[in-house]
Design a protein around this ligand. Structure first.
Ligand code: ATP
Length: 344
């Protein structure tokens, strides 16, 4: 059996009122988030929302214009990267092509003058854990993408730092390998009790790996929640549309024949595609298209002036041209004109 690495002391990160401008534009505006010790936190959002900027600030590769970064209560905002207790894995892996796998993994320990016997002992342990034992003498160019990714992970793990930062580490891998590495990274994080901060724009990665998801949009935090909470109770229309495939339908309430006068003007009603079913009564919709997916089918329909997607079991067969729809009472989400969730 593979020797188990010693558990690392976890550390909590706190970001307080972080802002960062580039020229006149704000990449980050007053971002405040607690990243709990020993848990997997994903920074999730579309391209340009500020995820990488935030990770670089945590790593110390950049400085905020305002705000503080605390590691276990200690202000590290002004510390250089090397003085922070953090390991980082980049999208590019950043392996040295002329060094062997072993030398790449040990690079940081050599720089820190960790004694040779301790280096060898840690290398044996980590290489075993990461399935790299037989590849230690190879050069990065002689490895597959997944193996290179594993070397980059091993280099982070061997540092035995309690906090690990990863910026889109799987984006260069094909879909199958990505799915495998998701499981591997998650297992590693749990086994070592690492505090993970993981940047991605991929909602599936976020949903499958995270204890906590920080949804970012335009340099601001939209919502912080665990995956189930985020899906069940999106706080904004942005989160409602960003999580879920296809995204939540947002419909004018009168198109759903919801009682007029109860809701303030401009309210949007949200229904997830899988929360809608065919009913004998209820608002009528015209079917405009059917996408067969095997187990399910996606039905595109028009209801009043709104468009709507339903996810129905394929075994129900194709629906008729005109349908009536229903939904469970708890399935309806309501948002005010500014896009904030209304408690119902
Ligand atoms: P992606 O997923 O595409 O990497 P991201 O969410 O990581 O996007 P950032 O890279 O953090 O986004 O960028 C946030 C905003 O800040 C963008 O508008 C970007 O153009 C801008 N930005 C980032 N770095 C710089 C820089 N060094 N100089 C000027 N603008 C920058």
């Amino acid at each position: 059996t593979t020797p188990q690495p010693t558990a690392q002391p976890a550390a909590e990160l706190r970001l307080e009122g972080i802002s960062r401008h580039f020229g006149a534009s704000a990449a980050l505006s007053e971002v405040s988030v607690t990243i709990p010790a020993g848990r997997f936190t994903v920074l999730l959002g579309p391209s340009g929302c500020g995820k990488s900027t935030l990770l670089r600030l945590i790593a110390g590769l950049d400085r905020p214009d305002a705000g503080r970064i605390l590691l276990d209560g200690q202000d590290i905002t002004a510390l250089p990267p090397a003085a922070r207790d953090l390991a980082m894995v980049f999208q590019s892996y950043a392996l040295f092509p002329h060094l062997s796998v072993a030398e790449n993994i040990l690079f940081g320990l050599s720089v820190r003058r960790v004694p040779r016997p301790a280096q060898r002992e840690r290398l044996g342990r980590v290489a075993g854990m990461m399935g790299l034992d037989t590849l230690l003498d190879r050069k990065p160019g002689q490895l597959s993408g997944g193996q290179q990714q594993r070397v980059a992970l091993a280099r982070a793990v061997i540092s035995e730092r309690p906090v690990c930062l990863m910026d889109e580490p799987l984006s260069n891998l094909d879909a199958k390998l990505r799915a495998e590495m998701r499981v591997e990274i998650r297992a590693l994080q749990q086994r070592l009790g690492l505090t993970m901060v993981y940047v991605t724009h991929d909602q599936v990665e976020a949903m499958t790996m995270a204890d906590q998801i920080v949804v970012m949009n335009g340099g601001r935090v939209e919502q912080v929640a665990d995956p189930r909470g985020l899906y069940a109770r999106p706080e904004t229309t942005f989160c409602a549309r960003f999580i879920g495939t296809p995204p939540m339908n947002l419909i004018a309430p009168d198109d759903l024949a919801l009682a007029d006068g109860i809701m303030p003007p401009g309210t949007l009603a949200g229904l997830r595609p899988e929360d809608i079913f065919l009913a004998d009564q209820g608002p009528e919709a015209a079917v405009e298209g059917i996408e067969y997916l095997g187990a399910d089918q996606l039905i595109a329909a028009r209801i009043g002036r709104s468009r709507l997607i339903l996810r129905l079991p394929a075994r129900q067969g194709p629906p008729p041209a005109r349908i009536r729809i229903g939904w469970a009472p708890g399935a309806l989400h309501l948002f005010d004109p500014s896009g904030r969730r209304i408690a119902v």
